[in-house]
Structures are given as structure tokens and as C-alpha cells.
Design a protein around this ligand. Sequence first.
Ligand code: ZN
Length: 344
Amino acid sequence: MLALVLERQHELSMREIDLPIQVGPDDVKITLHTVGVCGSDVHYYTHGRIGSFVVKEPMVLGHEAAGTVVEVGSNVKTLKAGDRVCMEPGIPNLSSRASKLGIYNVDPSVVFWATPPVHGVLTPQVVHPAAFTYKLPDNVSFAEGAMVEPFAVGMQAAARARIAPGDVGAVIGAGPIGIMVALAALAGGCSKVLISDFSKEKLEIAGRYDGVIPVDLGKESYASAIARETADWGADVVFEASGSSKAYNGIFDLVRPGGALVLVGLPVEPVTFDVPGAISKEVRIETVFRYANIYDRAIALIASGKVDLKPLITGTYAFRDSIAAFERAAKALPTDVKLQILMD
Ligand SMILES: [Zn+2]
């Protein structure tokens, strides 16, 4: 099949590659419609690795996907040919201890699209377990279906935060994931969510949403903005979504006593942080790794109209122009949130 292949760091090609398309009894075959370009896809292209995951052999990119079921395995009762769907890109071992605990995202044996050595889905068709394939309601487009994956990270962060109705949230970093976290926190009950960045363009995009308060770190410290918005009490939940080690300087000044800090961004190096600052406020610290049992809720929220992800799609490319899409994504333009590739 034709696919967008990352041959090695800095080298992409559109070429034929052998991919398994045998439909097992519990699988479905999907013709892909829309695939989003993710920061991780771009990072493999520009750096050749993420942490311990290293690109050693050619790998098909892409994991944020929606499409149409064209064939179902003999055991599959929940889906049929013609169903519009989106897919959860991680396949755990359903017999694993982690899966039995409901935390299949941290199953050490999870197989995740476009994470070396596993191929992704920038190719016309893929076979996937029906258990990780979700039907899209009629009012949710393929483009939105392909946004469920990054939004699920935001939803997982909101779930880990254990938001109480009316909480004030504060997100560090207005990149795609930061914005997803802010929208999920609002949908999860926050009365308002501050979001900080140094980029005016990113803040302008985030600030278009009702309830999101952008804070320009070039003009004002985050601690003073949060103090102003919370009568000097601090945010109930702070989400770190920048992945910058610098964000940890003074991070506990942002959290209210007894509040929570949720770590979403992945720093490339170990970071130091202020343990006494955390202890003196008895801050609860949570971490987020992808998501588990989130997709159906994310789709339901989008279908309800409470979350509108469409404005975040800032560019769409044809499949044959995938390399151009990746070159643009690698530039990390501050006015871009999500680029998508149309497969047909
Ligand atoms: Zn992604």
C-alpha cells in the first residue's frame, strides 16, 4: 500500500510498503478518511526519537484517525460496513494486569500506532480491533473524529484532576494539548480556565473560547494573573502542558492550598522541583499518560455541542501532499494548532 513513510530522521517518502491487512475475527478493516498530524509524528521526523522510542527502521506515521468501516471480522457485532468511526491508536493486551485494572494505557505491552517499531495510519486502509474502534454520531465530522485522539489527552487530564464544579483551572502552555486540556477542564466543570504562553498568536486562538482567560507571560507573571483571578487563593487545579522544565520554577505558587497539579507535558530531561513548596500546601500531584476509557466520553461531548474543536483545524492537505504538511508542521508556526491530511 502507498504510505507516508519516515525512512529515518529528516527523511520522509511517499511509497509502497507492505502492511498487514488480514482481518481477524475481532477486527474491522477501515478505509481512512482524515488523519491529524501530531506533535509526536513531527518529533520522530525532526529528532528520530522520543525518549527511549527510537526510529531504527522505516515507519509509517500518523495515529489521529477517522474513517469508514469496510469489513468486519466474524465475532464483531458492534460495527458494520459503512459505519463512520474513529480509532484509539493504542492496542493493549486485554489479558494484562493493567488492562484488568482498567489502566490499559499503562500496559507495558501496549502497541501504539506510529511509535517505533509500530506502523501508523497515513495509508489508505488499516485493520484494527473493533474494541478500540468507535462509531461517530452523524453530527460529528471525520475531521472532528480525527481530533478525538488529542482531545482524549485533555479529557484524561481533566479526569485525573478530579475537578469539582466551579473550580478555577490554570493551564501552562497554549499549544494544541494545552488548548485541549483547557476545553476539557471547562467541559468538566471549571468556572474558568486561565492559560499561559509567551506566544501572542497561540493565546489569541485559545482566548476565542468562552471561559478561557489568556495570560501573556511576556507581560505578566502567571502567579500574579492567577492571584488576581482567585482573590489571592490560587488555582484549584494547575495543568502543566508545556513540557518545559522552566515551568517548574515556582509552580506551586500557582496552586491553592490543597489544590492539584496535573502533569501532562513531557520534559525531555529530568526536572527539579520544589518539594517543600508542594508539601507546605499539601498539593496533590497527578500524571497523565495518553488516556484510558475516554474515547466514548470525548465523542459524546463533541456530539453534544459543548466542545467545538473545528476552529482548531488550521490547515488541511491532500494525502499526496503529506510531506508538505509535515514540513509545515515542523516549522511550528504559532498560528497553527492542528494540520490534517485528507486520505481520499
Ligand atoms: Zn496525537
